[in-house]
Design a binder for this molecule. Sequence first.
Ligand code: NAI
Length: 506
Amino acid sequence: MKPIFSHVGIVGVGAMGRGIAQIAAQAGSTVLLFDLQAETARVAQTSVFSQWDRLCEKGRLDAAQTALYKSRLHCADSLAALSGSDLIVEAIVERLDVKASLFAELEALVAPSTVLVTNTSSLSVTAIAARLKRPQQFAGFHFFNPVPLMKVVEVVAGLKTGASVCADLTAYARQMGHTPVLAQDTPGFIVNHAGRGYGTEALRVVSEGVADFATIDRILKDQIGFKLGPFELMDLTALDVSHPVMESIYHQYFEEPRYRPSVITAQRLAGGVVGKKVGEGFYRYDKGVAQTEPEPAAPSVDQMPPVWVSPRAARRADLLLLLKNLGARIETGATPSAQALTLVAPLGFDITTVAVVERLDPARTIGIDMLVDDAVSKRRVLATNPATRLDMRNAAHALMARDGKAVSVIRDSGGFVSQRVVATIVNIACDICQQGICSPADLETAVTLGLGYPLGPLAMGNLYGPTNILEVLFNMQTVYGDPRYRPSPWLRRRGAIGLSLLHQEA
Ligand code: NAI
């Protein structure tokens, strides 16, 4: 099939430029590589050639195909050599002034029909195009690292980008074997915007002393199914990359509280404790392997007390069934007996508040997170309040570990770890829909392919229940009085127009 763009120029062939060059040549385009450092273009060409050689050795490409791909990839020794391109992709240093002058220079060289695109991840496409004579021919084309493996690309429409340009880029992305998603030109576009919830809320949990980072990683992997915990992810990405992104999106949204970064990462960045690549981040690394402390074993308890469950517990029937299966002696009275371990299962409220409101003895009150269906979760999470007695804490831990399932016990917090992080992710996703940054379907695609989440954020909201997510947020807002937990209007309206988060309004 003939490629939409038969001649493609790439300016800046570092990590990103060479990946884009590879998939452009694979799509059938003739590709010219240009870099400020003359030697870099050759290095990039050699590097892409060796990628193809490796695919050929593995039998994923045949010799003829490899030779054909190689014949399409050339080095240019001047910017002027790119003048015959139908498409020029820029992947140079992330600076507005440098990018804007490069495009002014390119625009003077190329035909009026040439499409110019930037791979910027944090700058405004509209701002880069501001000085151009033909801003309608300019767009964002945001790939992810490593380009050949990360199969999603954001096609970003600036204020003046022509619709046909977006349509051509979308079709070309498909020819390159990638999935295009259409984004409005807003800070972080889709993926880096939607990704704000995971790390920032986890950092906030740590900053409140609710749980340490290793416990939070375990909870989010075992309960929600994330491949990496937020702290493992930050160690992998490295804080010198991720903290500036957190700051940039926060400031670009004029200090929107939902995106507020954490002093924890600012301080660690200042101290150079940035992640795996330097051997120390949230974890210490020995030969690239994170060193973790073993989890505390479940305590042994001689005399298991009877258990009473609050009538207001979330998923109360499921909780009672779980207790029965674990062999608990369940009390059925209207109030707990004097010996009873008292279980509450709030959504968004802290255990202290629940004990006070329900007139329960806080010394015997423990919370359990019932947002996630126990049958599909690999871990149970309990929370104490400051008055919880050690024997009650131990009894609850031992009881919940009876069938061998992992148990974490955390401190009191408005919302359990998974509730807080999931509700924050879903809320930010709903706000992206509210702002019309992209379609709900593209949001789901972008997040699953770009961030590797187990589900798109809207599907995640559906799974745990939009009304449950709303309840978590409303209650957290009450507990913390913090505007970052105010539910997006798009999420609030799901109460009226149906529970499917993908449901479109008329
Ligand atoms: P890099 O540092 O690996 O490569 C940049 C290349 O551009 C270098 O080879 C440099 O010599 C060249 N260069 C710099 N100024 C130039 C100029 N005026 N003219 C021609 N060449 C010039 O950087 P990387 O990581 O490839 O990033 C490039 C762009 O892609 C940046 O805008 C970055 O924000 C964006 N991006 C990076 C991602 C990543 O994970 N690395 C992901 C998505 C976007």
